[in-house]
Design a protein. Structure first.
Length: 195
């Protein structure tokens, strides 16, 4: 969490400069690499290093990044999209916890990390690549708030749904990780946490 907090401002500047799409695509790769690393970890140091990598993704690829990308693109018209993303992605834990429990039961905690990494690469990354490109060069959010949005309502709705799905995946996968982390500690030599 410390790493994600420290990187938040830099992620915001990157979104302002490059737009949301490239930053969000990069975070899908970071999330996947961190989850794969956690699935392969042995020992005590490995989990901390993997979580540090996940912290980089957390600092640039969750709600804040989506909201910054929307405001940069749509200005004041982003309000309803932000509300929609918050509501839809808020249900991520509702789906993520049972899915993670099911996966852990059937393919183990390591396999669960690999499965979530696969979702980042095979579902979230392609969806992020469909997001609209950055706002026109030199067009700042403050200027945009004073203008009327030219985005058709159906396009704004599609973009909102895409962002909601994209942000539900990391939210769901990372909420469940602390329980899986206990498996990493067990691997390092602690007593097995599940009896």
């Amino acid at each position: 969490m410390l790493i994600s907090a420290l990187l938040g401002p830099s992620a915001g500047r990157a979104i302002d400069r490059l737009g949301g799409r490239p930053v969000l695509i990069a975070t899908n790769v970071l999330f996947a690499l961190g989850l794969i690393w956690l699935g392969c970890v042995h020992g005590v140091v490995g989990p901390f290093a993997a979580w540090a990598l996940l912290g980089v993704g957390l600092g640039s690829g969750l709600y804040e990044a989506a909201f910054a990308a929307l405001v940069a693109r749509y200005g004041r018209d982003s309000r309803s999209a932000i509300s929609g993303i918050t509501l839809i992605a808020g249900f991520a834990s509702t789906a993520g916890w049972p899915l993670s429990s099911y996966l852990e039961l059937h393919i183990g905690w390591r396999g669960t990390y690999f499965a979530w990494a696969g979702l980042h690469l095979l579902l979230a990354l392609p969806l992020n690549s469909l997001l609209p490109s950055a706002a026109p060069s030199g067009f700042r959010p403050a200027q945009q708030q004073e203008t009327q949005s030219a985005t058709p309502p159906h396009e704004a709705l599609c973009n909102t749904i895409l962002l909601a799905i994209v942000f539900a995946i990391p939210h769901a996968s990372l909420r469940r990780r602390l329980r899986g982390y206990s498996g990493c500690v067990w691997t390092a030599g602690s007593p097995e946490p599940y009896g």
